[in-house]
Design a protein around this ligand. Structure first.
Ligand code: ITT
Length: 218
């Protein structure tokens, strides 16, 4: 096994909220991780031009591994709403501008994305508002080799206007996302530990940690 696997793994994301969630998940399973911000190597964000979560996670993992010379773990994630044919999907982070990068801050985008999603769903009944978060994680080395790909999902529904937004934890669409099966709390009302235990990111990360442990033991 290459020495790349003996060092800690770099979380290849520019989203600080994802770093917080991933650090907690991996700490709980004994895997050391660093973030891009912990490195002295300057990096530039790659364009996410893929049509699927897997393609975008691969682009990010391979490109950040190339830039840093380290084993990199990328997460591409998003929300898929059944009544909207799976939208916002891979453009979840820039849904408000139809996927176009316009220089808005993360907070501005999150607020505008949520407003657009509620408007698109209008007054549909709760049974017509089912949705899931999806996360695909890819582990890549600087030579472009893909070592592992894992996936996780988190089922729920987008609450109706008036009932949501609710809660202050998490990020992105969390204040709108009612967690299945009860549909009582939004994912922004869960404490960090509970969200990580249930979430798409938690599921993909636990599968990734098992794969990495098996590779290290090999
Ligand atoms: P990186 O590409 O740098 O990792 P990003 O935030 O741009 O950061 P993505 O391209 O994977 O990441 O887009 C993820 C978007 O999907 C995110 O901005 C949210 O809008 C949404 N999303 C993903 N996971 C979520 C979660 O756990 N809670 C709420 N919204 C989430």
């Amino acid at each position: 096994m290459s020495d790349l696997f003996e060092r800690s793994i770099v979380l290849a994301t520019a989203n600080p909220k994802k770093v917080t969630e991933l650090r907690a998940i991996f700490a709980g399973i004994g895997l050391g991780v660093e973030s891009l911000a912990d490195l002295n190597t300057p990096t530039t964000e790659p364009d996410e031009t893929g049509a699927t979560f897997e393609q975008n996670a691969t682009i990010k993992a391979v490109e950040y591994a190339r830039q840093t010379g380290r084993l990199c773990l990328a997460d591409d994630s998003g929300l898929a709403v059944d009544a909207l044919g799976g939208a916002p999907g891979v453009i979840s982070s820039h849904y408000c501008t139809d996927g176009v990068e316009t220089g808005m801050t993360r907070e501005e985008r999150d607020a505008a994305n949520n407003e657009k999603l509620l408007a698109e769903l209008g007054d549909r009944a709760i049974s017509e508002r089912t949705a899931r978060f999806v996360c695909v994680m890819v582990l890549a080395s600087p030579d472009g080799n893909i070592h592992a790909t894992t996936r996780g999902t988190f089922e729920g529904a987008i609450g109706p206007p008036g009932d949501v937004p609710r809660g202050t934890s998490g990020f992105g669409y969390d204040p709108l996302f009612l967690v299945a099966p009860e549909l009582a709390q939004t994912s922004a009302e869960l404490d960090a530990k509970t969200k990580n235990a249930l979430s798409h990111r938690g599921e993909a990360a636990r599968a990734m940690a098992e794969t990495i442990a098996a590779m290290r033991g090999a």
